[in-house]
Design a binder for this molecule. Structure first.
Ligand code: UN1
Length: 520
């Protein structure tokens, strides 16, 4: 592990070492929960230890985040943007080290680790510009000498629950936007990726602490049962933004809706690429490869299904087989590697269970699949072979999301059949079509086309830019994060009517005990 030393030095530089730091409420709390060994999926080694936060620690974190909100909302939005600009710059300074940390902690290849930090920097830049653009509206009033307007105000402390697969960027989508909106954060990261969370928090807090606002980026590590449940029940979090499984999202939604709070959910996907006869096949192959094998198939946006017209199915399958044979699986910190390990043993076991079901349901495994035993220091890592399956749309497993590099190739008669199969899954995050026919492309993007939150033409399902709103429909949860006007979820809207006359005319022309005339 040539890079382990450098990554550990970086953690030491940030003050993240061992068995402390389970929570941050503006200062690092010596938490009292159980100890957690943080292992790298690259070798299976323990790289650090933390002590988890408890419900008591959460209380300290929530009250600090709430109190800080009361001061932070008074800071003018463009000045809040200035703090975020400096956070973004600090991320730029540490991009390489943070990228390595992401790779080491979750196993994505270094290039993708760097890309993830770039995504955090990009959303910081977006948020800086946004901080001067929380435009409301002015609305004509039906009453004489009256004005109407809409304003956007900060909402409160926002609970942010993140998954292991994007341990920096998904927090950043929420954090950078929430901060410029005047909100503070309580982050509960995945226990599979707490070190990146500690590092991101340290970096953001190092900017905010100069002016006593460090609790704006609070953090609590802890179990779902103790800390997660207490967090979603708490009214001091008017918004809970959660990324993860549909099962987790249902629970969050149920509890937060029960107290009439707001949720922003970004849950599972089952993303498909439709390839039509007239597609640029080489382009489709490259996009499918990145979508299915990137992050070892552990993105919400990963490509899981290819729906290909029969006339070009064999050609596409042959090219994919050729390309899959060249994929280097191994140490994600080695620049030659294309696919690193899965996150843990449970993920490997879940892929193996899926492979058994594929065989039982009549799918044909064309390439790869299953555990890959590597030699030397990587022997303890969680490596698998990326897998190509010839499948049928009526197989139950094809409708489920398996967080692993399994790609189902499904032949279809035509666009109409492809679209019907495409939309016939519970999830609705991302989708793509490859065609040179503008009519088909536009049909796919129309009201009766793809039912997903993201629909692309001649590019893949994953790797979205931050400038658009990110999220999906159906079991994906309906939330939108990141760019466009996703910021509206982090603010409350106020409608105001101002009377600058000397009478009190009522709306809808109602007379209530007087003439409604202006006496002046
Ligand atoms: C996720 O997998 O939860 O579009 C987020 C993408 C990335 C974000 C993925 N920009 O693939």
């Amino acid at each position: 592990m040539p890079y382990l030393g450098a990554t550990m030095d970086f953690l030491r530089e940030l003050g993240i070492e061992a068995l402390n730091d389970g929570a941050f409420d503006g200062a690092w709390i010596s938490t009292e929960g159980p100890a957690l060994d943080v292992r790298t999926p690259v070798t299976g080694e323990v790289v650090a230890g933390i002590r988890l936060g408890t419900a008591r620690d959460l209380e300290a974190v929530l009250s600090a985040a709430h109190d800080t909100f009361l001061r932070w909302r008074e800071v003018p939005a463009p000045l809040r943007g200035e703090y975020v600009r400096r956070i973004g710059n600090r991320l730029r300074e540490h991009k390489e080290a943070l990228g390595r940390l992401v790779s080491l902690e979750v196993g994505k290849i270094l290039e993708e680790g760097r890309g993830e930090i770039q995504e955090a920097i990009d959303i910081a830049d977006f948020a800086v510009g946004l901080s001067r653009q929380f435009h409301g509206r002015t609305i004509p009033s039906e009453r004489p000498r009256h004005h109407m307007r809409e304003s956007w105000h900060p909402l409160g402390a926002v609970g942010v629950i993140t998954a292991f697969n994007f341990p920096a960027a998904v927090w950043a989508w929420n954090a950078m936007i929430a901060l410029v909106c005047g909100d503070t954060l309580v982050w509960k990261p995945s226990l599979k990726a707490p070190l990146t969370a500690l590092a991101m928090t340290r970096i953001a807090a190092s900017v905010l602490e100069e002016d006593g606002f460090s609790a704006a980026v609070s953090l609590i590590t802890g179990t779902d049962d103790e800390v997660g449940e207490a967090m979603i029940r708490d009214r001091r979090l008017p918004l809970v933004s959660a990324t993860g499984s549909c099962r987790m999202g249902r629970r969050v939604h149920e509890v937060v809706a029960g107290r009439l709070g707001r949720c922003l959910l970004e849950l599972g996907g089952n993303n498909a690429v439709i390839v039509l006869e007239d597609a640029d096949l080489e382009m489709a192959v490259r996009a499918i490869l990145f979508g299915a094998v990137g992050t070892a198939g552990q993105r919400c946006t990963s490509t899981r299904r290819v729906l290909c017209e029969k006339s070009v199915f064999d050609a596409l399958e042959d090219r994919l087989l050729e390309v899959y044979a060249t994929i280097r699986v191994g140490d994600p910190l080695d620049e030659r590697t294309l696919m690193g390990p899965l996150i843990d043993e449970e993920a490997v076991a879940s892929m193996e269970r899926a492979l058994e079901r594929i065989r039982a349901e009549g799918g044909e495994i064309l390439f790869g699949g299953g555990r890959l035993e590597l030699e030397g220091p990587l022997a303890g890592g969680h490596y698998v072979r990326p897998c190509l399956v010839r499948a049928r749309a009526d197989m139950d497993i094809v409708k489920e999301e398996t967080f692993a590099p399994i790609l189902y190739l499904i032949p279809v008669e035509d666009y109409e059949e492809a679209l019907a199969i495409h939309n016939d899954v519970p999830q609705g995050l991302s989708s793509a079509i490859f065609t040179r026919d503008v009519r088909r492309a536009e049909a796919f993007l129309s009201a009766s086309g793809s039912d997903c939150g993201i629909a692309n033409v001649n590019l893949g399902t994953s790797g979205a830019e931050i400038g658009g709103a990110f999220g999906g429909e159906k079991d994906t949860g309906g939330g939108r994060e990141s760019g466009s006007d996703a910021w509206k979820a982090y603010m409350r809207r106020q409608t105001s009517t101002i009377n600058f006359g000397n009478a009190l005319p009522l709306a809808q022309g109602i007379r209530f005990g007087d003439s409604g005339e202006d006496p002046s």
